[in-house]
Design a protein around this ligand. Structure first.
Ligand SMILES: Cc1cc2nc3c(=O)[nH]c(=O)nc-3n(C[C@H](O)[C@H](O)[C@H](O)COP(=O)(O)O)c2cc1C
Length: 198
């Protein structure tokens, strides 16, 4: 089956409210990547978005490492992913690891908000990426023990997730069930269930 990239994108974004920022509408968790590498400038902009996120006590505990397709590090990241993620993630031009520092540096006490801050930063990153026409996918499915051994960090930390980034590619190169997922509209709980008092 041939599915134009634009059709997959429309299926993922058409049912969102018009009032949302375009980059929020256009961000979705893609699995089909083209081979083009985002420019160094765009990559910097994406990580600047993370850098300028809010964090508890401005601790900025988020840390990232990225790797490029065909590199040894990319392969090392790929190797620890769950098989369900390995089925598609290897086609992305960029794969990254996101972790967070779990101790407040000045006080040597646990940062209870470290993972919250990483998540918020990554949300900004992925919205900024969408603004640049770059999509990504977060991956919490990996072998935790093997992944921990990959992190080059002396300070106390916790892995958040792996992720991939790239430009949309041809969905028809995916196997099932990922092909069908690539053009299945996204679903969300109703706002009434998520927000009390609105
Ligand atoms: C922390 C986290 C971990 C995730 N792990 C995976 C994963 O291992 N594999 C996967 O295919 N998607 C993963 N996802 C993507 C979610 O399934 C996806 O965000 C959700 O279905 C909503 O779809 P959307 O991002 O396209 O709106 C993860 C998302 C988050 C935030």
């Amino acid at each position: 089956m041939s599915i134009p990239v634009s059709s997959a994108h429309a299926a993922k974004t058409d049912n969102l409210p018009d009032a949302l920022l375009p980059a929020i509408r256009n961000r979705w968790s893609i699995r089909s990547f083209g081979p083009e590498l985002p420019s160094a400038q765009d990559l910097r902009t994406i990580f600047e978005a993370a850098r300028w996120s809010a964090s508890s006590m401005n601790a900025q505990p988020w840390r990232f490492e990225i790797s490029f397709r065909h590199s040894e590090r990319f392969q090392a990241f790929f190797n620890v992913l769950s098989s369900g993620n390995q089925a598609w993630a290897g086609n992305a031009p960029i794969m990254g690891l996101a972790y967070t520092l779990t101790e407040l540096p000045e006080y040597k006490v646990a940062n209870r908000h470290a993972m919250f801050d990483l998540g918020a930063a990554m949300s900004s990153m992925f919205i900024q990426a969408a603004e640049l026409g770059i999509l990504g996918h977060l991956m919490g499915g990996y072998d935790a023990e093997k992944a921990a051994a990959l992190v080059q960090e002396e300070r106390p930390h916790e892995i958040g997730c792996f992720f991939v980034l790239g430009y949309p590619g041809m969905p028809e190169l995916l196997d099932e069930p990922y092909l069908t997922r690539e053009w299945t509209p996204r679903q969300r709980l109703p706002l009434t269930e998520l927000v009390k008092g609105l």
